[in-house]
Design a protein around this ligand. Structure first.
Ligand code: 5GP
Length: 237
């Protein structure tokens, strides 16, 4: 499958059309951005690691019955996937308080939450991805029905119920993550985008070490090594 036109260039991926109108290719870039684009860098090999990690996790989720846009990994940096109409809601799932949850609500960093929290952010860079409640999402027309919001929450919890024990078995705490969803050509809501240390937080269960994009956000260094370790643990190496 060949790339045709560049459809869109995002912060971490380029999106290309193919000769099949229902399929697109995502090219995973080495670029890193944080704080709404205020902090930028690049890490050689990061895109390929995220492509491989996402491929493994999409395969795992598909095996567990979650519908995703994933078709196949084409090469180091390119993934073939279904075309969907993107739902402009970032679905955030949290098991442990950190990041914006700790900052906004003063919950002590590292607090294990009494139950899994699912939040919605508006996927809108110009507005800085603000928090949404269900009524905001419906007023903005991000989905048509309340049922669809309920489905996003249900799917996000199912993904967490699969990934949290999976990563625990690899010695990693799945702290939180961001999912995106789209509607396929039949109108089904399916999981899209990527699942990688760029949009998940992983803490080593023994050392507490951060193994995700916080290494860049917080200037800790060693991002590539951490991402490689996440991939190696997934692969059982
Ligand atoms: P927080 O809201 O604490 O900044 O992020 C919560 C989780 O969602 C983290 O795992 C973070 O990586 C992910 N996340 C939230 N918003 C974004 C975003 O705009 N881009 C990416 N890559 N991840 C995000």
């Amino acid at each position: 499958m060949e790339k045709r036109e560049l459809l869109y260039e995002g912060k971490a991926k380029k999106l290309f059309t193919t000769d099949d109108e229902n399929l697109l290719i995502s090219e995973f870039k080495d670029d890193l951005t944080a704080f709404n684009g205020a902090k930028k860098s690049s890490e050689a090999g990061k895109g390929a690691l995220n492509n491989k990690i996402s491929t493994e996790l999409f395969n795992l989720l598909e095996e567990c019955g979650i519908q995703t846009h994933f078709v196949k990994m084409l090469d180091d940096n390119n993934m073939l996937h279904k075309r969907t109409k993107v739902i402009l809601i970032e679905v955030i799932v949290r098991n442990i308080a950190t990041g914006s949850l700790s900052k906004n609500l003063g919950i002590k960093d590292g607090t294990v939450l009494p139950f899994t929290l699912v939040e919605f952010d508006y996927k809108n860079d110009a507005l800085g991805d603000p928090k949404l409640n269900d009524q905001h999402a419906l007023i903005l027309g991000l989905v048509d029905y309340q049922d669809e919001l309920d489905k996003l929450r249900r799917l996000a919890r199912q993904v967490n119920d699969i990934l949290k024990p999976y990563f625990a078995s690899k010695g990693l705490n799945l702290v939180d993550f961001k999912l995106e969803f789209g509607k396929d050509s039949s109108g089904n809501i399916i999981l899209i985008d990527e699942i990688s240390p760029d949009n998940c937080r992983f803490w080593d269960m023994t050392s507490g070490e951060k193994m995700d994009k916080d290494r860049f956000r917080q200037g800790l260094g060693g991002l590539r090594v951490a991402y490689e370790q996440v991939l190696n643990r997934i692969l059982g190496k």
